[in-house]
Design a binder for this molecule. Structure first.
Ligand SMILES: *Cc1c(COP(=O)(O)O)cnc(C)c1O
Length: 432
């Protein structure tokens, strides 16, 4: 049942060739497995909760293409809708009814969003929102939190979590000092630090941007009162509050973390789930702020493929599937079973660990915890995580290849998948 000797000859061949063709052999850094060691597996196809690699091995997947696959990979209804849309063409570069449909769905779902702009990635959404924050407030500085990732735009590549942390790059070469000189950082869950920054930079801070539940430094939940406190501080100092819900949107709850925690920001960024596996991002928020975006207002931002019919179709169908009654109860139940099970097994097999879960997002750190911020997360035994990761992989469970990434479930994961995963984890942890 538990497969410990997988053959990965083809994966190794393909990845060796890739390294000559693309930097590090990948199109995005964390995929290269640098932080867990060993070689990545090369995917052939995905379906539901599973992945098959080019050597024919099957894995239970907890990455879900980094979040979008919340309905499970290649959901038959999403694929059918895409087939139909494909016949009508792949890109219009002009208004389409589909954009209205998805826009209405997003506006209905997300408390802060009264108007929305579609883009092609989470990075683009965060770049757009940054320009808008500054234009609306006529201020240049922003506050972000250590370990939070907001895409790879220059201004955000300061203490930016997973991908950057994984590579051990404190900042990236090529980012001009000027681009980050207006980026102030604070430890997550630390309201006092935020208040101090506001005091030191009176009337200069455009806003605060954060992951309302962190997924890019491993899984870190906001302390009780943290989000509320940021809402109050931003009001007090005339700054905007921006929730980067690229990861948490439609995952923590249908209306995102802002619905779950009852704190409404001024602006929100989305991505991942709303594209249903196709490239989509979005930013939206208060009508008075969004009305500044071109061509309604002077703040420029554009995109050749933005709002393209395939991406809109996958997003619409994905959100429709998520609206089915019981979806989020199910996601909560299986993910809790997984996260609690992993902690219990760690304890029984003599490992120091902590972790948690909200809805379909979870994490496990090899440190005693509690992990309230990035500094805490970095105390984790990453070498042990690497061995754990490799053991799980060799026994058919695909986890994010970094200690500093959250895990994701989908409603295609069955109770049996979770039980199988826990059985494998017991096996692996016993031999760490
Ligand atoms: C993934 C992610 C991004 C970047 O999105 P891309 O589509 O990869 O550009 C931004 N913010 C958060 C919180 C994310 O998780």
């Amino acid at each position: 049942m538990v497969n410990t000797t997988i053959k990965t000859t083809k994966s190794q061949e393909v990845f060796a060739a890739a390294q000559n063709l693309m930097p590090g052999g990948v199109s995005s850094p964390v995929r290269a497995f640098k932080s867990v060691g060993g070689q990545p597996i090369v995917f052939d196809r995905v379906k539901g909760a599973y992945i098959w690699d080019v050597d024919g091995n099957q894995y239970i997947d907890y990455v879900g293409t980094w979040g979008p696959a919340i309905c499970g990979h290649a959901h038959p209804e999403v694929i059918a809708a895409l087939h139909e849309a494909l016949e009508k063409g792949t890109s219009f570069g002009a208004p389409s009814t589909l954009e209205n449909v998805l826009a209405e769905m997003v506006i209905d779902a997300v408390p802060s969003i009264e108007m929305v702009r579609f883009v092609n990635s989470g990075t683009e959404a965060c770049m757009g929102v940054l320009r808008l924050m500054r234009a609306f407030t006529n201020r240049e500085k922003i506050i972000k939190f250590e370990g939070c990732y907001h895409g790879h735009a220059d201004a955000f590549l300061v203490k930016a979590g997973s991908g950057v942390a994984t590579l051990g790059l404190p900042d990236s070469p090529g980012v001009p000092k000027l681009a980050t000189s207006t980026t102030l950082t604070a430890p997550y869950n630390d309201l006092e630090s935020v208040k101090a920054l506001f005091e030191e930079n009176r009337d200069e801070i455009a806003g605060v941007i954060l992951e309302p539940v962190v997924g890019n430094a491993g899984f870190i939940a906001p302390d009780a009162g943290f989000l509320e406190g940021l809402r109050e501080l931003t009001h007090e100092y005339g700054a905007l509050l921006v929730f980067d819900e690229v990861m948490t949107g439609f995952r923590i709850a249908y209306g995102g973390a802002q619905e779950k925690f009852g704190v409404t920001p001024d602006l929100t960024t989305l991505g991942k789930v709303i594209g249903g596996g196709l490239p989509v991002g979005a930013y939206g928020g208060r009508r008075d702020i969004m009305s500044m975006v071109a061509p309604a207002g002077p703040v420029y931002q554009a995109g050749t493929l933005s709002g393209n019919p395939l991406a809109m179709t996958a997003g619409i169908k994905t959100l429709e599937l998520l609206q089915k009654p019981g979806t989020y109860d199910y996601l909560e139940r299986i993910t809790k079973k997984l996260a609690d099970g992993l902690l219990q097994i760690a304890k029984e097999t003599g490992h120091v660990a902590c972790g948690g879960q909200i809805s379909a997002m979870f994490g496990l750190f090899f440190t005693s915890g509690p992990v309230n911020n990035y500094e805490d997360a970095k105390k984790s035994d990453t070498a042990k995580f690497g061995r754990f990761h490799r053991g799980m992989l060799e026994r058919g469970v695909y986890l994010a290849p970094s200690q500093f990434e959250a895990g994701f479930t989908s409603f295609a994961h069955t109770e049996e998948d979770i039980e199988q995963t826990l059985a494998v984890a017991r096996d692996v942890m016993s031999s760490l």
